[in-house]
Design a protein. Structure first.
Length: 204
């Protein structure tokens, strides 16, 4: 999994002042182990910059975090001491987003819309299961605190005879202060996959 993460990012993090990283990102640092721990969507991720290693604190959930691990190290490197604004933008409103989020970088929200297939109740149940807080948008919508500085929202519209069901991911408007478009993409893919995840008929 760490093959997705260039070692230069670990090396860069190893040169940073841990106190500054923790202040910006709202994470913890264990000096004895040389380990950062950051909460990503309610689950702790451990990052060892000197050994170029990253892992979920809960080892049973390793397969769930390919994109979230990529997001986590970039979050530690790029986050700023900027509070969540509480207002939303689409990926196209991120600077450079209108051209970046196309083709191979299109946000795969169809994972979510196809998973729930017009079942608003199931979508709502899944969002609540993942700690979502209901917001008054679309036919159903929930916001999620991904880290201390990052918040996203998942919106769902029920389909009809003319239009299929649709999902959209929105981001707190401060997101561009913390993340480049390619890292926002990694985060969005992780969000879509986790919302739409189903294992042996049971979401987790």
């Amino acid at each position: 999994m760490t093959d997705l993460i260039d070692r230069v990012h670990f090396q860069e993090l190893s040169t940073r002042d841990p106190d500054d990283v923790c202040r910006r990102a709202g994470c913890r640092y264990d000096r004895a182990e040389g380990r950062y721990t950051v909460s990503v969507w309610g689950e702790e991720v451990n990052i060892f910059p000197h050994s170029s290693k990253i892992e979920s604190a809960d080892r049973t959930r390793q397969d769930r975090h390919t994109y979230f691990h990529l997001f986590a190290i970039h979050y530690l490197l790029g986050s700023q001491a900027v509070d969540i604004a509480g207002s939303w933008i689409s990926e196209k409103e991120v600077p450079g987003g209108a051209t970046f989020f196309r083709g191979p970088h299109r946000i795969p929200t169809d994972i979510v819309s196809k998973r729930f297939n017009n079942d608003i109740d199931a979508f709502q149940q899944r969002c609540r299961q993942l700690g979502g807080e209901s917001i008054d948008m679309a036919d159903a919508a929930y916001k999620f605190r991904i880290t201390d500085r990052i918040s996203v929202a998942a919106l769902y519209w029920q389909g009809d005879d003319e239009f299929p069901a649709e999902c959209k991911i929105l981001y707190d408007r401060t997101i561009n202060a913390h993340l480049a478009p390619d890292v926002i993409y990694a985060l969005a893919v992780g969000v879509c996959r986790r919302l739409g995840q189903e294992i042996n008929g049971v979401t987790s």
